[in-house]
Every structure is written in C-alpha cells, then in structure tokens.
Write a protein of this length. Structure first.
Length: 138
C-alpha cells in the first residue's frame, strides 16, 4: 500500500498541479497560474499530499500570525481522490503542524454543506456573534 507523501514546499511543477486543483473548484476556477503561485508564496504554511506518481492530489494553505489566528484556505482534494480520507488528513496536518501548535484560533470559510465535515475537527459556526465583513478592492 502506497502511503501518500506530504510536502510543505512546492516546485513549479507542483504549483501548476495546485493550479489544476483550483480549476476543479467553483471558488478557484477563475484563478490564474500566476495568482496560484502568489498565493502559495504568500502563505506561511502550505501542505500538499502527493500520489504514487508524485502528483499533488490534495492541498491546503494557512495564513497566520502563529499565535492568535490561523486562517485555513483552499482545502482541495482532487475529484478522483475524494472520499478517500485525504481531506481529513489535510486538516489533521494543519492542526498538528509544528509551526501552528501555539495558535489559539483556527478559522476557515465553507459552504453550509461542508459544516459537518469541519465540525469533526472542532470548528463551529458559533463565533460569538461575529459577522464576516468584506470590502472589494477596486
């Protein structure tokens, strides 16, 4: 049985594979390769899971101050691997990451149908009445 390799640094080939993963999502399908590269380089923690061919089949990234907040973005599992436990593995890798062990709050955005998945990792929608606010940068 092949045990999927985990990576934390991405070469150009792997960045292109993350770009292809983004294209499988409704929220990331409009991203460019340059934007994907910028996201990876601008995030403090990136995690990829590789298949037996060393292709990126699952990915997530974290933006953090390493003490108070860590926001998890882009939790993606290749469609052909969904249901195999890779999403759970990504979440455990984030929560157990050495650089994130002192973070007080992990946060993320998700669709309502994904709430049950994230509740398994201690996430809740009960955040003390806090509302998400957004401003579009022209």
């Amino acid at each position: 049985m092949f045990h999927n390799k985990v990576i934390y640094n991405f070469n150009d080939r792997q960045i292109k594979q993350v770009y292809q993963l983004h294209k499988q999502t409704w929220w990331g399908s409009g991203r460019t390769l340059a934007e994907t590269k910028c996201c990876i380089l601008g995030s403090q923690v990136c995690i990829g899971i590789l298949n037996e061919n060393n292709d990126v089949i699952a990915f997530t990234r974290v933006i953090t101050d390493f003490i108070f907040k860590a926001i998890i973005f882009d939790v993606i599992v290749d469609k052909s691997y969904q249901g195999s436990g890779l999403g759970q593995r990504l979440m455990m890798l984030v929560k157990e990451h050495e650089k994130l062990k002192n973070v007080r709050h992990f946060e993320l955005y998700c669709l309502p149908e994904m709430e049950a998945f994230y509740e398994n990792f201690g996430f809740t929608t009960d955040v003390g009445g806090i509302n998400l606010m957004r401003c579009i940068n022209p």
